[in-house]
Structure formats: C-alpha cells, structure tokens
Design a protein around this ligand. Structure first.
Ligand SMILES: [Zn+2]
Length: 138
C-alpha cells in the first residue's frame, strides 16, 4: 500500500462512503499527499481551500469539503450564526453557551466572536370572563 493519503471531495463522495470505507477505484481523488491530514486541517488544491472532515486509516483516505474563505459573508442580524470566515450557517447555534462569546466554526474551524440577541415578546390569555361588576349603571 502506498504511503500517500488520497483526498476526496465531500460533495462528490459524501460522508457515508467514508464511514463504511466504501471508497473504490471508481471515485477519483482530488489529489494524493504525503502528510497525514488532521480533522479540520486546511489544504489548498488547485487554488481552492478545503477543510478535512473525515479520514480513514484503514484505506488511507480523507474527505475534505471546499470552503469559501475569500468572500464577504452576511453575518449581521441573521436567524442562525454565520461564520464570518467561510459563510457556514450553523443551525445548532442555539446550543452554544453564552450570549456574547467565541466559537470555532464547524466547517473551517476558524474562531470568531458572536453576540446572541434575544427578542422578548408576550402572549396573553383571558382568565375568566371579560366582565367586572360595575359599581353603578346610570
Ligand atoms: Zn467557517
């Protein structure tokens, strides 16, 4: 077996393939590298930045997802937290602790700070009838 690691595009092979070591010769790797990739390490392949999300020692292969670190991302007043580095929208951000804290992106692993803004609203329901005995009817 080669000492090289084969790198695959997650958008093409998916994660389930790696989980079951099912990458075959039919899947074309993006490249092969001499160093063992770490989860969340970055690699630049043909000018595109990728972040490693899964690897298998058994088949010496890793899956990486392409990340967009170059553009401006809309991060203000969004429903879910958006990574200012790569634009990933994290739908689990409600689980983050603290309303004014720091977080490492689940896609690109780069740190950013966030502020959680909570809006308070009220709902009311009648208790009993809409009637109060008047002191007088004139
Ligand atoms: Zn990110």
């Amino acid at each position: 077996m080669s000492d090289k690691w084969k790198i695959y595009d997650r958008d093409i092979v998916g994660l389930s393939l790696m989980l079951h070591d099912e990458i075959t010769d039919n899947h074309i790797p993006l490249c092969e590298i001499d160093v063992e990739p770490g989860i969340h390490d970055h690699i630049v392949i043909r000018g595109q930045t990728y972040s490693f999300c899964q690897k298998s020692f058994k088949i010496r292969a890793a899956v990486a997802r392409r990340i967009d670190l170059g553009d401006e991302h809309d991060t203000e007043d969004t429903e879910h937290a958006v990574c200012p580095h790569c634009g990933h929208e994290d739908h689990d951000c409600f689980e983050w602790s603290g309303d004014d804290a720091e977080h490492d992106c689940g896609h690109c692993s780069l740190p950013f700070s966030y502020t959680r803004e909570v809006t308070i609203s009220y709902t009311t329901v009648k208790k009993g009838r809409s009637y109060k005995k008047p002191i007088a009817e004139v």
